[in-house]
Write a protein that binds this ligand. Structure first.
Ligand code: MRU
Length: 363
C-alpha cells in the first residue's frame, strides 16, 4: 500500500541479506523501519511485537529461517532456528505453517544450497501472501458491492476489530482487503475501528492505515460496538483471524467473541477473513485445543502514548497492588456465530464439511 505516495510492503530483503520490516511499535507516530540481521533479531521482533498479525508473523519467521541458514546451514542449525522461532508466539498458526514449509523445503537440500533456497522460498511466501489477500479481497468486495446495490445512496458501515490490515500481512491485509477494494471502486464505505485494548492495535494501526489510504473511519472504544449494532449503525463486521479450526471455530484478538455475540443478537453479518495459511485442520474444538497467549499484566495496568513532541510515555491506570496477571491476547468465536469465512478460494461456511470440501488440499 502507499504511504505519502510511496509504495510499501511490511517486509523486504535488503541488499546485504538482512531483512527489513516496518517497526510497528512507533506507529501511528512515526513510520520507522528495523533491520533484522540474525535469527535472534527476528526472534525479538516477533516476540516483542515490532511486527505482528498472523500472516506477517509467518512470513517474517520464514525470512528468519533464511537468515539462520546464512549463520549455520547444518541440520542442527535448521532445527534449532525452527525451534527458536516457533517459541516466539503460541496462537497464530501461520507461524507453525511457515516454519514447517521452510523445513520441508530445505531439509532435503545439500547444506551449501540451503541459504539461497531459503531466501527464495521466503520471498515466494511473501508474494503468495500478497496475491492471496488480493484474491480474498475480491470475494469480500462482492459482498460489499451487493449490499451497496441493495441500498443505493447509502453508506456501508463495516466494523472491524484489532488490526487485520496491510500492516498485519505483507500487503492488502485480510479484513481490510475487501474494504480497500470497495473504496478503490468508489463504494461509499465507512469503518468503525475498535480501539482494541490492551495494545490498541485498532487505534494505532488500523486507524493509521485507513487514514493513509483515505478510507473514512471512526475510532470507537471496544465497548461501543454492541450499542452501534442495536441502533442499525453497523451493516457488517469483518475481522481477521489467527487460527481457524477444522470445524470453523475462529481464534482472533481478545474481544472478537463479544463482537460476534452482539452481531448475532442484532442479525448483523459477521465475516472472518481467512487466508488458507490460517486454517489449522489438525484442531477441531477451538476453545479447548488452541493455545491462548497470556501477555504481561503491564498491558492492562498501564497506558502508553506519544506526546506531540515525539516521546513515548506510559502511565499507570490502576492501584499498584491490583492484580493484572490475566491478560489473554486472543479468544475463540464458536463457528455458529460466524456468517462465513472469506477466503482466497471464495466464501466458505464455518462448517466442517464446507471447510473440508474447500480446503482438503491444505496441509
Ligand atoms: O497480537 P496481534 O497484534 O499479533 O494480533 C493480531 C490479530 O489478532 C489479528 O486480527 C489477526 O492476526 C489477523 S491479521 C490479518
Amino acid at each position: 500500500m502507499k504511504v505519502q505516495g510511496q509504495a510499501w510492503r511490511t517486509v523486504w530483503l535488503n541488499p546485504d541479506h538482512s531483512v527489513g520490516v516496518i517497526d510497528q511499535r512507533f506507529l501511528p507516530h512515526e513510520l520507522k523501519t528495523a533491520c533484522l540481521r540474525e535469527v535472534a533479531d527476528v526472534e525479538q521482533a516477533i516476540r516483542e511485537m515490532w511486527i505482528r498479525g498472523a500472516p506477517l508473523i509467518g512470513v517474517v519467521a520464514a525470512y528468519g529461517m533464511a537468515v539462520a541458514m546464512r549463520q549455520d546451514s547444518s541440520d542442527a542449525g535448521l532445527f534449532s532456528a525452527k525451534k527458536t522461532l516457533l517459541a516466539t508466539r503460541p496462537t497464530a498458526v501461520n507461524l507453525r505453517w511457515a516454519l514447517s514449509r521452510m523445513l520441508t523445503g530445505l531439509l532435503p537440500l545439500p547444506r551449501e544450497q540451503r541459504a539461497d533456497a531459503a531466501y527464495a522460498l521466503a520471498a515466494q511466501m511473501a508474494d503468495e501472501d500478497v496475491a492471496i489477500n488480493q484474491q480474498l479481497g475480491q470475494h469480500g468486495l462482492a459482498l460489499i458491492r451487493t449490499l451497496a446495490q441493495q441500498r443505493p445512496g447509502q453508506r456501508i458501515n463495516i466494523l472491524t476489530h484489532c488490526n487485520a490490515g496491510w500492516l498485519a500481512t505483507v500487503d492488502w491485509g485480510t479484513a481490510t482487503s475487501p474494504i480497500y477494494q470497495a473504496f478503490n471502486e468508489g463504494i461509499d464505505v465507512h469503518v468503525w475501528v475498535d480501539e482494541t485494548r490492551p495494545r490498541n492495535q485498532g487505534a494505532s494501526l488500523t486507524a493509521w492505515e485507513l487514514g493513509q489510504h483515505g478510507v473514512p473511519h471512526t475510532l470507537i472504544v471496544d465497548n461501543a460496538g454492541g450499542h452501534l449494532m442495536q441502533h442499525g449503525l453497523v451493516d457488517m463486521c469483518i475481522v481477521g483471524t489467527d487460527r481457524v479450526t477444522a470445524r470453523g471455530d475462529v481464534c482472533n484478538k481478545i474481544g472478537t467473541y463479544l463482537k460476534a455475540l452482539a452481531a448475532f443478537d442484532n442479525q448483523v453479518p459477521f465475516y472472518v477473513a481467512m487466508p488458507s495459511s490460517t486454517l489449522d485442520l489438525t484442531v477441531h474444538d477451538g476453545l479447548r485445543e488452541i493455545p491462548i497467549e497470556n501477555r504481561e499484566g503491564e498491558e492492562i495496568s498501564h497506558l502508553s502514548g506519544w506526546h506531540a513532541d515525539g516521546y513515548l510515555s506510559t502511565v499507570r491506570i490502576c492501584p499498584s497492588n491490583t492484580a493484572t496477571s490475566t491478560n489473554p491476547g486472543f479468544d475463540v468465536t464458536p463457528a455458529r456465530l460466524v456468517t462465513a469465512l472469506i477466503t482466497e478460494r471464495g466464501l466458505c461456511a464455518a462448517h466442517p464439511q464446507a471447510i473440508q470440501a474447500m480446503f482438503a488440499s491444505v496441509g
